[in-house]
Design a protein. Structure first.
Length: 545
């Protein structure tokens, strides 16, 4: 797949159909319990498109995917892409506060999920709490819920009857009974239509939806494939959640190449080792230290790790990268740089980079992507090696934030540069080194957490007058959330009460690990603002970090 190839598909569905035409019998996706060839994936995608049509979904409508990793997730992604609908992958760790916002804000018309409890998450119970009236809905095929005005149906992947939900068997009957034709390749979406709306945390009080057009996503997948010379016989292992670009962009690169994508429902290190060995993996994408290090420290790692692995992706400080490189040798360990707004990644280390370049940098941007390092206050471009805010534009740029033209205009300037909010520098070869964030953001185990988002939720507690959130270093997760709260006058509050208020209502990784109660006169203030860095220093000293 090449951006220089005039015949290269510019839509996700077109990309998948081309690979199926070239190698219909090759494995496209592999899970421990099921695998699909390219021909089967296209067939299943067309069936899913008929099911979406039976639910009243049409081009431009949003389809929510509140699902664990599964072949069905990819089938629905393909079905939406064939139809011209827009997939909205939903973080399965979201709770009522975030989930309700995503459903309302995106205007999802159909939502797919599972009814059985999944790794301690009961999605049916969660949706009943998020969407009052769902359980009692008289017609699951024509929902009318005040909490989600545009939602018309919640569909299951299984056949069991659940009040308010459309079982999989009933949906198949509707699709087959209507004798709907699968969408043809020549009637699908255009390259500028949206393939995804991906919700990511930022400096706003709620997750914000990034609009990803077909052409940007497909082209960026092609850039990934070319950076590593992905081959048709590649066996690419990626256990990351499919609601995350860390899974969906590699999936696009692999399916565009005609190679095989190997994944699992949830990250399980024993299952992972079994897949690495049995599927003869050539490219491993654990990416985040909790996964990479757990594999390395498994007693069977050396014995079962296949010798044919060419690359391993990991993002971590240099000392951790060195440990990973030593453990996975002779495979080359590479890092990456990107964000959801940039379709996942815009840079990886290159095969020719030295060990030190791969340990200390994220590599150079792909062709078709420009980057600049500027002073975040003045906008002046900074010299080589000096840290500043990274700006990017090119093939991978998103179209903006869903339902928020004002935020989009702040993020993308008049010259088309996306202001990332990341502090980076460039070396003499143009390689990116990441130094941190300019904005009030945390990075918890690979997930972005906006301090404002947690503060906004805490402010709904009747006994909390003010809340301020900072990040505290953590050996396993990079950072964890710490909250400083001031009780409202005449109330009392304990740290555990604050934690209990968050548990089950916001994603687990956003729940404060540490809570400190602050009196009205105890905030460290500048002229107008709380000095968060002093709160953080105070807590680090207390914890001995």
């Amino acid at each position: 797949m090449s951006v220089d190839d005039q015949d290269a598909p510019t839509t996700w569905g077109g990309m998948l159909r081309r690979s199926a035409e070239r190698a219909p019998g090759r494995d496209a996706i592999v899970f421990p319990e099921r695998r699909l060839t390219y021909a089967q994936l296209v067939e299943r995608g067309e069936q899913r498109a008929r099911e979406l049509t039976a639910l009243g979904v049409g081009p431009g409508d949003r389809v929510g995917l509140l699902l664990p990793n599964s072949p069905e997730f990819v089938e629905l992604l393909a079905g939406a892409a064939f139809l011209g609908a827009t997939a909205v992958p939903v973080n399965v760790r979201f709770k009522v506060f975030e989930l309700g916002h995503v459903i309302r804000d995106s205007g999802i018309s159909a939502l797919f999920t599972v009814a059985e409890p999944d790794q301690h998450v009961d999605f049916a119970a969660l949706l009943y709490e998020t969407l009052p009236g769902l359980r009692e809905a008289p017609d699951p095929l024509a929902l009318s819920l005040e909490a989600a005005p545009e939602l018309r149906a919640v569909a299951l992947l299984t056949d069991e009857p659940v009040a308010g939900f459309v079982p999989a068997g009933r949906l198949r009957e509707l699709a087959d009974g209507a004798d709907l034709e699968p969408p043809r390749a020549d009637t699908g979406p255009g390259p500028d239509d949206l393939v995804l709306v991906m919700y990511t945390s930022g400096t706003t009080a709620h997750p914000k939806g990034c609009m990803i057009p077909h052409h940007a996503f497909v082209r960026n997948g092609g850039h990934v494939a070319r950076r590593f010379d992905l081959r048709k016989d590649e066996r690419f292992w990626d256990p990351l959640p499919m609601f995350h670009m860390g899974s969906l962009l590699p999936l696009t690169a692999v399916l565009g190449t005609g190679a095989t994508f190997v994944s699992m429902r949830h990250i399980d290190i024993d299952v992972a080792l079994d897949q690495l060995e049995r599927e003869r993996i050539t490219w491993a994408y654990p990416t985040f230290p909790p996964v990479t290090l757990a594999l390395m420290h498994h007693p069977d790692f050396e014995r079962r790790r296949p010798p044919g692995i060419r690359y391993v992706c990991n993002v971590a400080p240099p000392d951790v990268m060195r440990q990973v490189q030593e453990a996975w040798a002779p495979a080359r360990v590479v890092a990456s740089y990107g964000s959801t707004e940039l379709c996942g990644t815009i840079a990886y280390n290159e095969p020719a980079d030295t060990d030190e370049q791969r340990v200390n940098t994220c590599g150079r941007p792909y062709p078709g992507t420009e980057v600049r390092i500027v002073d975040p206050e003045t906008g002046a471009e900074l010299p080589q090696g000096e840290p500043g805010e990274l700006l990017a534009r090119g093939d991978a740029l998103f179209q903006g934030y869903w339902n928020d033209a004002e935020l989009t205009s702040k993020a993308i300037d008049a010259d088309g540069w996306f202001h990332t909010g990341d502090v980076c520098s460039l070396d003499e070869g143009g390689r990116i080194t990441y130094h941190g964030r300019t904005k009030d953001m945390l990075k918890v185990g690979g997930e972005n957490v906006a301090a404002l988002e947690v503060e906004s939720y805490l402010s709904t507690h009747p006994a909390i007058k003010m809340a301020q959130v900072v990040g505290v270093p953590d050996a396993r997760l990079t950072e964890v959330v710490a909250a400083f709260v001031e009780p409202a006058p005449g109330t009392e509050l304990t740290p555990q009460e604050v934690i209990d208020f968050c548990s089950g209502k916001i994603a687990r990784y956003k729940v404060p690990r540490y809570v400190r109660i602050v009196g009205e006169d105890e905030w460290p203030m500048s002229a107008t603002k709380v000095q968060k860095f002093k709160l953080r220093e105070r807590l680090l000293a207390e914890l001995g970090l």
